[in-house]
Design a protein around this ligand. Sequence first.
Ligand SMILES: Nc1ncnc2c1ncn2[C@@H]1O[C@H](COP(=O)(O)OP(=O)(O)O)[C@@H](O)[C@H]1O
Ligand SMILES: [Mg+2]
Length: 363
Amino acid sequence: MRLRWKLLAYYFAGFVVVLLTASFAFRGIALRAVHSHMGGMMATMMPDTMRDLQNAVSGGVEQAVLVGVVAAGLVAVAASVGVALSITRPLAQMVEAARRIAAGSYGQRVDYRARDEIGEFSEAFNQMAAQLEATERLRAELLATIAHELRTPLTNIQGYMEGLMDGVIEEDPATYDMVRREAGRLARLVGNIQHLSRLEAGAERFAPQPLDLPAAIQTAEMSIRPQFEEKGVVLGSGAPDDLPAVWVDPDKLQQVLLNILTNACRYTPPGGQVTITASQAAGHLLVSVRDTGVGIPPEDLPHIFERFYRVEKSRSSTGGGTGIGLAVARAVIEQSGGSISVESTLGKGTTISFTLPVAPPSA
Ligand SMILES: Nc1ncnc2c1ncn2[C@@H]1O[C@H](COP(=O)(O)OP(=O)(O)O)[C@@H](O)[C@H]1O
Ligand SMILES: [Mg+2]
């Protein structure tokens, strides 16, 4: 049975029960009143008149009940229509919207703003729809980006090979090296995508252990120093002596540090400076990598941890990376129980900071 018919039946039944109860009570009271008013004597002297009087009272009550039943019917209809308008209509709207969303039209929203439970329900429904729409858009964008990223090195390899076959490009080691480098880029890209998708799916194994943070920072510094020296950027670090051990997978932490430091080096002009600091805050350790580089425009800041997001979108990925480095860093840090953030002033420099939990004393 439709909700509105159920409501109509409930209301009507409710009103009729109340009405009948009230009318029985009323009749009892009225009859007793007549009795006591006329007195027992009149009842014995004129029994007919007494009976007439009683019948008149009963008849009156019956008529009143009849009128009441009709009124109750009308009120029930009005009430159920009112409730139907405020409950069943938005519900029906949501059913319709949900069906459309399921069929792929993600722009559907419900328009019901009253501040009641149904209003809260519609709001939650709309939030869910917006989230689905955003996810769907991201998915489509992601496919397009991956296709685009794969195309560039493939086109280059194809171009070299055709040039070689036509004799337009010379067969020398430099050409082969170029082809090899493009193939390497392709392999790196696919590897990064695979790695990120494993991380995001939670399929990557984490083996956290107590780790000396300054020592880990030094390891990363050592492996990336040649890159800094080649570019002429100064790399330095500092940490207090009494830092407690951090709780993290060592390899994963190295990867995060290298991703952030590679960016710092890449986006800092020669003569600039990059500083890594470690410190302790409430319950966790904080690592900051500060550079004196080109900075990030404010409108790009909220997005730089998204996969494939690059500030200079047109830049060929030979110059920059693929926009995966910070997405990997965020996935690793968040799955290690920390958080990562960025502060930046355009033209002045950028600071990427992340937290990690302190190792538990038992470990
Ligand atoms: N230290 C930095 N200074 C300026 N811009 C940065 C810095 N780190 C990251 N970015 C910006 O954030 C984007 C995303 O970084 P990342 O995920 O590592 O991708 P990419 O592969 O381009 O390095 C970069 O394209 C760059 O525009
Ligand atoms: Mg990078």
